[in-house]
Write a protein of this length. Structure first.
Length: 418
């Protein structure tokens, strides 16, 4: 009984902390989505009023509806829609000719809506519908001048909070119940506390990644537009003074391309689009990749009779390019890269890809931080290559591990299920 009462008080104190973290995570997600919508509106010539006009030929509206549907699917939202400042029109994630109907369970909160119209994101609101709890956010959508032209409203299920309330009530009932259940409930408390600490740590990591993603999206957007202008000017100068043969005109486009690659890595890390998993033959993809790289230092060994594996073709290609590129950059004069693709020994329905090199290897510190965002040992790197690689492998239901020793080389091992 004492343990159950202790657990009840512990859950009550932890509940507020968990709810605060959930609110912060949901608000960051809403702000990221609002920033992406603002970027789309800024790049289109049509005024924002035209986006709200219903009709099957309004392609701007349809594009926003598709984007909202992508947001809903990625974050498993209950609802997401855009409301005009006068609250008379809206755009939902469902393709519809109507400008006013939507399926939200709740009426808009006047105070939070007015606060969002001032250009700030208010704290998410916790609402209850039947036996379910939802967190509703109001995020301002800005035009090129920084004025609020619409409000993005998201409703995210707060399942964890509802589970905590249920668990809290169960603990209270158990504490007043039969003495014979003391040991059973004490065990449940121990398991619940351990799980809650694990959830809290996971939420902390997700919050940090969401903040990094928001920063990456904003920085990438601010860099991409000036880069396009600089590249256009460089092309004009190169055509105008081509007869002089100045190598400087080649350096500028090369450096712009490098910066564009970094920007693309930032955007990919921030957006994390869903993958399309389809059966592919890994051997064919690896042969095509090696032929494209055309580097004599690469050796490829593929086992016979490999079964097709479910993967995203573009994601797999990017994973292998990142790993092979790192391996080639670590080589010395007589270095070699070995790519080996074999069936999984303990699982007949999977495969193993190993990329080994005899290059400079990695220190223990680098090996521990290799998958952390923005960690890089190179001055010109973004530090996102291996982070994105790990994300893509895990989205394909696989796993990745690295073994390395300084001065001897590195082996990257990828396991993908069928």
């Amino acid at each position: 009984i004492i343990l159950n009462f202790w657990g009840w008080f512990f859950i009550r104190s932890l509940k507020a902390d968990i709810l605060a973290q959930l609110k912060e995570q949901v608000q960051i997600t809403g702000d990221i989505y609002a920033t992406q919508i603002s970027n789309r509106i800024i790049t289109e010539p049509a005024p924002i009023e035209d986006w709200f006009i219903p009709g099957r030929n309004n392609w701007n509206r349809i594009a926003l509806q598709n984007l909202l549907y992508e947001f809903k699917s990625q974050s498993k939202l209950e609802d997401v829609f855009i409301v005009s400042p006068d609250r008379a029109r809206l755009i939902g994630y469902e393709l519809s000719d109507s400008a006013v109907s939507y399926k939200s369970h709740f009426a808009l909160n006047d105070d939070l809506f007015r606060e969002a119209l001032q250009g700030t994101s208010p704290e998410p609101e916790l609402r209850q519908f039947a036996n379910q709890y939802f967190l509703t956010t109001y995020s301002p959508i800005l035009d090129l001048n920084g004025d609020v032209v619409a409000i993005l409203v998201t409703e995210a299920p707060a399942e964890l909070f509802a589970n905590l309330l249920t668990f809290e009530r169960n603990l209270l009932y158990a504490a007043t119940g039969a003495l014979g259940l003391i040991l059973v409930f004490a065990t449940l408390i121990f398991l619940a506390v351990r799980q809650l600490f694990s959830i809290q740590e996971e939420l902390q990591q997700q919050r940090q990644l969401a903040q990094l993603g928001q920063m990456a999206a904003m920085v990438a957007h601010e860099i991409r537009n000036p880069l396009s202008i600089i590249k256009g000017a460089a092309d004009v100068l190169q055509r105008q003074y081509a007869s002089e043969g100045n190598e400087m005109f080649n350096f500028i486009p090369e450096e712009i391309d490098r910066l564009n690659r970094l920007v693309n890595e930032f955007l990919q890390f921030a957006r994390q689009k869903p993958l399309k998993l389809e059966p592919h033959h890994p051997g064919e993809l690896l042969r095509s990749l090696v032929q494209q790289i055309k580097d004599q230092r690469i050796s490829l060994e593929i086992a016979e009779n490999l079964s097709p594996v479910k993967m995203d073709r573009d994601a797999f290609r990017q994973v292998m390019l990142n790993i092979v590129d790192n391996a080639l950059k670590s080589l010395g004069e007589d270095g070699q890269v070995f790519i080996r693709c074999t069936p999984h020994q303990s699982r007949s329905d999977g495969m193993v890809i190993e990329v080994s090199d005899n290059g400079c290897g990695m220190s223990k510190e680098t090996l521990q931080k290799i998958f952390e965002p923005f960690y890089s040992t190179r001055a010109t790197g973004s530090g996102l290559g291996m982070t994105i690689t790990k994300q893509l492998v895990e989205k394909m239901n696989g796993s990745i591990s690295i073994e390395s020793e300084e001065g001897k080389g590195t082996t990257v091992k990828i396991i993908l299920p069928k």
